[in-house]
Design a protein around this ligand. Structure first.
Ligand SMILES: Cc1cc2nc3c(=O)[nH]c(=O)nc-3n(C[C@H](O)[C@H](O)[C@H](O)COP(=O)(O)OP(=O)(O)OC[C@H]3O[C@@H](n4cnc5c(N)ncnc54)[C@H](O)[C@@H]3O)c2cc1C
Length: 402
């Protein structure tokens, strides 16, 4: 009998899994079920070029229709998977159908963390995760005067940059004492805060939002004990993994579906990849990554394991963010206690911060500095030791740094 693989979630990880499964010779049946109405698309442009209007919707899609036809992959869209029966090996769908599987890949991604304050459901309060979210937000950019951005993470700041292009008055409310605190070093936080201030963005740090106010639609944001008038708000306070189906099916989960180095779950017939997972990082610590790199690489390793060619996942994580004219590229994971080495000049809007851990290059944050990012990522992969003075010396080209 032909082997059947079912993938739940039609996103970044699913597309990679389809490509790798077929490239590695999987000849059985392949079915992807996704609860959104669209074929798999890239989310990064949603808060960047798609929100600004510089990219149209067609360019968001990860693959043309022909890719799925050639891969003989059935896409079931606009239908949620509602349960996994691991004993009988089938997936129940919201429309009453069920899909039998021999191997299952869960790639259900994540969902936005909702803010739980009074008025959070008022019209005018937006989130940003899907095409539908941007299609609702963008028209409001044209008709509104001011936007409150709740959360100074990378999504909040990318939206702030786009909102300034629309000439909106922008205020970022951040509960912590610096922006992008979870993702970048204090040097980068300070730099990005300054750039945004120069572009006209106002910041209220150490300030949590207490309520959204208005009669029938958003009129003000209550924070720091005061009401601030706004006609639009974007909440970007993080995401939560989507392990619900896996949890209900009795798979090991803890803030994400626990997977091993081969992306297998606690059931050897069930694999998981992308935002919905938690795994052991290169340093052995458990982590949950929310980035395209992790979705792609875990999907590759899951697919390899599914076709009987298991190879351990230990890629260096990488990430990027576009704000104004600045391309931020990060490789590796920064940790408090790292020795930080600045290369270049933030005032020139072109610099990098290297992070050394016990003398080894552990992470790099590069702003408009592609060679620093590319070479830095390679050094991290190799576990290279480079003297801080050399990393700081811009007279030494990156290609000669080690
Ligand atoms: C606005 C925004 C900007 C971003 N920018 C960047 C960036 O600059 N760089 C970067 O590296 N990363 C960025 N990311 C993160 C990146 O997009 C994600 O890490 C990546 O999409 C994860 O891929 P995935 O396949 O795990 O999940 P997704 O691509 O989210 O796909 C999961 C899919 O599964 C569906 N699903 C969930 N439950 C079910 C169910 N029960 N049945 C059927 N379908 C289901 C979901 O609706 C979704 O369509 C950004 C994300 C957002 C939202």
């Amino acid at each position: 009998m032909t082997e059947r693989i079912v993938i739940i979630g039609a996103g970044q990880a699913a597309v990679q899994a389809i490509a790798t499964l077929r490239a590695e010779g999987f000849a059985g049946s392949l079915t992807v079920v996704g609860d959104e109405a669209f074929p798999p698309y890239q989310r990064p442009p949603l808060s960047k070029a798609y929100l600004s209007g510089a990219m149209d919707r067609e360019r968001l899609f990860l693959k043309p229709d022909a890719f799925y036809a050639e891969a003989k992959c059935e896409l079931i869209l606009g239908v949620a998977a509602t349960a996994i029966d691991r004993t009988a090996r089938f997936v129940a769908l919201a429309d009453g159908r069920s899909l039998a599987y021999d191997k299952l890949l869960i790639a259900t991604g994540s969902r936005v963390r909702e803010i739980r304050v009074p008025g959070a459901k008022l019209p005018g309060v937006h989130y940003l995760r899907t095409i539908a979210d941007v299609d609702a937000l963008r028209p409001a950019f044209k008709t509104s005067k001011s936007i409150a951005i709740v959360g100074g993470g990378y999504i909040g700041l990318e939206v702030a940059a786009v909102a300034r292009k629309y000439d909106l008055t922008v205020t970022v409310f951040e509960a912590l004492d610096r922006v992008m605190a979870r993702a970048v070093s204090p040097i980068l936080s300070d730099f990005y805060e300054r750039v945004h201030r120069e572009a006209g963005v106002e910041f209220k740090l150490n300030t949590g939002v207490e309520a959204f106010e208005g009669g029938g639609k958003l009129e003000a944001v209550r924070a720091g004990g005061k009401s601030h008038p706004f006609d639009l708000a974007l909440v970007g306070i993080g995401i939560m993994p989507n392990p619900g189906l896996a949890e209900a099916a009795g798979l090991s989960c803890q803030d994400g579906i626990i997977v091993d180095r081969f992306c297998a779950t606690s059931d050897p017939a069930v694999f998981a990849a992308g935002d919905c997972t938690r795994h052991h990082g290169r340093d052995g610590n458990e982590i949950r990554l929310e980035c395209v790199q992790n979705a792609i690489d875990q999907a590759k390793h899951a697919a390899l394991a599914m076709v009987g060619k298991p190879t351990p996942y230990s890629e260096v994580p990488w990430f990027w963010s576009d704000q104004y004219d600045l391309k931020l590229q990060i490789a590796g994971l920064i940790q408090p206690g790292d020795v930080q080495v600045l290369r270049g000049d933030p005032a020139a809007r072109k610099f990098a911060v290297f992070h050394l851990r016990d003398g080894v290059v552990a992470a790099v944050e590069a702003v408009n500095a592609a060679p620093e990012y590319i070479v830095g990522r390679k050094l991290i992969g190799e576990g290279a030791r480079v003297a801080p003075e050399r990393l700081a010396d811009t007279a030494i080209p990156m290609k000669n740094i080690s």
